[in-house]
Design a protein around this ligand. Structure first.
Ligand code: GAR
Length: 213
């Protein structure tokens, strides 16, 4: 684990969000754009990545939000990495942990540290097309409508209770990149809206159903 970079965590009104991201961070950027509005009810207090080169870390730095890299290669094995990751997230005392393009599976040892408080955004209409290639798999299958899903994380791969979904049509000339870009537009709006509602109103999980409020 590298030492935290960026600025110290500031006292935050509302719910404390820790965002885990592996990539460019457009979903993180949308949350950062929303959190300055006091009425939003939630604030990103920390960003954690498994990749030192993740663009999300630059976004965090630019926004004055503390960030930390917890790279699997710095740990003996996946079990130790999960503990290290949970420790790094815990430092920020999160109310909610948001996986926004975090491309690794979290072990139960991580999830039990934040029970029912880890949510993920996925670029497909779950339960269809889980996993790392949701956009490609939907395109290859030939669906005419796909979209994005915000769900509670359980110990399966994209199997947790669904909080919200949005649809995106597949166009005849779409390739993976063009379709993903359109999904991301819908995804950013859905994630910001859903995380805000969950932070302000709370979340109840009843079997397979996740209900805000
Ligand atoms: C998002 O579309 C997110 O749903 C996806 O990675 C992208 C990250 O974009 N996550 C997964 O596929 C997880 N299985 P971003 O880095 O620009 O936010």
């Amino acid at each position: 684990m590298q030492t935290p970079s960026g600025h110290p965590v500031a006292p935050a009104p509302g719910a404390r969000l820790v965002v885990l991201a592996s990539g460019g961070g457009s979903n993180l950027a949308a949350l950062l754009a929303a959190h300055d509005d006091g009425a939003y009810g939630a604030r990103v207090v920390g960003v954690v990545s498994d990749k030192p080169a993740a663009g999300a870390l630059d976004l965090a730095r630019d926004a004055g939000v503390a960030s930390v890299v917890v790279a699997p290669g710095d740990f003996d094995d996946r079990a130790a990495w999960n503990v290290g990751l949970a420790d790094a997230v815990d430092v920020f005392r999160p109310d909610w942990v948001v996986l926004a393009g975090f491309m690794r599976i979290l072990a139960p040892s991580f999830l039990t540290r934040f029970p029912g408080r880890v949510v993920n955004t996925h670029p497909a209409l779950l339960p269809s097309f889980p996993g790392a290639h949701g956009v490609r798999d939907a395109l290859t299958y030939g669906v005419r409508v796909t979209g994005c899903t915000v769900h509670v994380v359980d110990d399966g791969v994209d199997t947790g209770p669904i909080i919200a979904q949005a649809t995106v049509p597949v166009l005849d000339d779409d390739d993976e990149s063009s379709l993903h870009e359109r999904i991301k537009v819908a995804e950013r709006a859905l994630l910001v809206e859903t995380v805000g509602r969950v932070a302000r109103e709370g979340l109840r999980v009843d079997g397979r159903r996740a209900l805000v409020g």
